[in-house]
Design a protein around this ligand. Structure first.
Ligand code: URA
Length: 273
């Protein structure tokens, strides 16, 4: 570590005497100066690299390019952060730093409810993932719906993924009664009138007769079921296969895994406004 700067004794009225030696500042002052120069927190590029933003070199470039802010201010290279308290964002998208944040993706089986407790004693999704730290489901799937469900204790991400203003896409496979005509598919695409209003345009295709692939970005109650019902094709089986950028066709029903830092980052990215 660099020596603390030495101070010269102020020259007296007659100027410094020849051979005058620099005077040590008092110990408390030296310690205060050393403390101020001490590295506080972790280097920003290291923290970003650990959160999946690329190698440290790539993260240094992100910082140098002015794309990273700490507590709302553009960070300079060499900046250190306190992961527990500082708010870091890349391109305006928050980077979750606090220790203890966990992110699970569960392949929810049919018959399991998305509430914390069920009055009918049915199994709940929270009972299928570790109990500590406590996590909550991000949004809801009906008891009969299967497929991907996130659970986390990151309130910010939960808010972003569920609030309609962020409009994160969710993709479903719906096996329906009958074989929807091209007209029925078009109606689903354009928007159908439900009792809580017309649905926003959706992406809809029919990869197999009687099986629809439906992508929506609203999160209304039982939306896909009600849409299909409205065009005369009640849903027989419904599976969510994608949440924003997140897919996982390998997760067995009833099992879960932790998200990778890359996946968490991609989810935050998907909520960029
Ligand atoms: N749409 C539905 O109808 N049910 C779900 O569980 C999710 C989306």
């Amino acid at each position: 570590m660099a020596d603390p700067p030495r101070r010269q004794r102020p020259a007296g009225p007659g100027g410094a005497a020849p051979g005058d030696r620099p005077v040590e500042p008092p110990l408390w002052e030296q310690l205060a100066e050393q403390h101020a120069a001490l590295p506080q927190g972790e280097r920003l590029q290291k923290v970003l690299a650990q959160r999946g933003y690329g190698s440290r070199r790539v993260c240094e470039d992100l910082v140098s390019a002015g794309r990273v802010t700490v507590n709302g201010e553009v960070a300079a290279l060499g900046r250190r952060v306190d992961p527990e308290h500082d708010r870091v964002a890349v391109d305006g998208v928050p980077v979750p730093l606090a220790a203890g944040l966990v992110y699970y993706v569960l392949n929810k089986p049919a018959g399991v409810v998305t509430t914390a407790k069920d009055t009918h004693g049915r199994p709940t999704v929270v009972a299928l993932v570790p109990g500590e730290p406590r996590v909550v489901p991000v949004g809801r799937l009906d008891a009969d719906t299967e497929g991907l469900l996130l659970l986390t204790n990151d309130g910010d991400l939960t808010y972003r993924l569920t609030h309609p203003s962020f409009g994160v896409e969710k993709e479903y496979l719906a096996w329906v009664d009958g074989r929807p005509s091209a007209g029925a598919v078009r109606r689903l695409r354009d928007g159908v009138d439900l009792d809580d209003g017309r649905t926003a345009p959706a992406r809809v295709s029919q990869p197999q007769p009687g099986m629809l692939r439906i992508t929506i970005h609203e999160g209304r109650n039982r939306q896909v079921r009600r849409m299909c019902e409205a065009v005369g094709h009640p849903v027989l089986r419904l599976v969510r296969v994608r949440i924003g950028p997140l897919r996982d066709a390998t997760l067995e029903p009833g099992t879960w895994r932790e998200l990778t830092p890359d996946e968490v980052r991609a989810l935050y990215d998907a909520t960029k406004t």
